[in-house]
Design a protein around this ligand. Sequence first.
Ligand SMILES: [Fe+2]
Ligand SMILES: [Fe+2]
Length: 287
Amino acid sequence: MATAMEDYKSVLASAKDLPTLPNVVLRLHSLIRDPNSGAAEIAEVINRDVALTSKTLRLVNSAFYGFAQRVDSVAHAIVIMGMNKVKSLVLTASVLDTFKNRGFESFDYAGFWEHAIGTGITAEALAKHLKSNVTEDAFVAGLLHDLGKLIFCQYFPEDHAKVMHLINEQQLTVSQAENQLLGFDHTLIGSWLAEKWKFPEELCLSIRMHHEPAHARVHRDRIWLVHAADVFTRALGIGNGGDPFVPERHRQVWDHFQLNATLVDTVFQQALDGMANAGEFLELLKN
Ligand SMILES: [Fe+2]
Ligand SMILES: [Fe+2]
């Protein structure tokens, strides 16, 4: 007998309207890893997608980054922000564009994206404080961590309704309710889509393991960063995570990062300041 996960995979594999990302994103993943590719080549690849370039530049010039002068080309953005950061913004712009106007009944779409963007901002702020080497990718890893929730409610609305019911009835988290109903949760669906999009392994794993960070064997820092940022964002009440609870925080992660009260306060403040300037990210979901 097919398991629920196999049923889900076959529905998703045959879904004609499954979100796809532009080719430029795929190309960027491999280009950035290639030591022989330079900034000019990367700028050229991005520039080929005119719409995506303009959306990326909207983010670069938003209040969130607060540059004194207008940045009007990808080449200029790479000079001031670095290649990895620009790649991360291209990916962010393409994901927000892919999901724009995909609101569903009974799903708090704006709240979902506020939580996602908040987790991205918090992950980046935390990475900077921890002097982590994953700083540039931290935003995207946070942004996408709950991707599975979006896919879940769009393609499996009946199960989604049952999950919502379980959350209210039994005071469960989204993850607990999904596991109880299906034996897996949104982390598996999200990482499945990320693999389909050919995202780098570390990004797939931070989506897959953000609720079970203790099981991480590789890319541990990134997975733990996303776990902590998710908890922070929920604790701050930014956006809507789908249930009224702050996810369980794993002691091991707090000890490893030495997350003391002073650091937590500083990152909290930066997350709130970041959200106050993140309007353009949410605008990309509308037009
Ligand atoms: Fe989650
Ligand atoms: Fe989350």
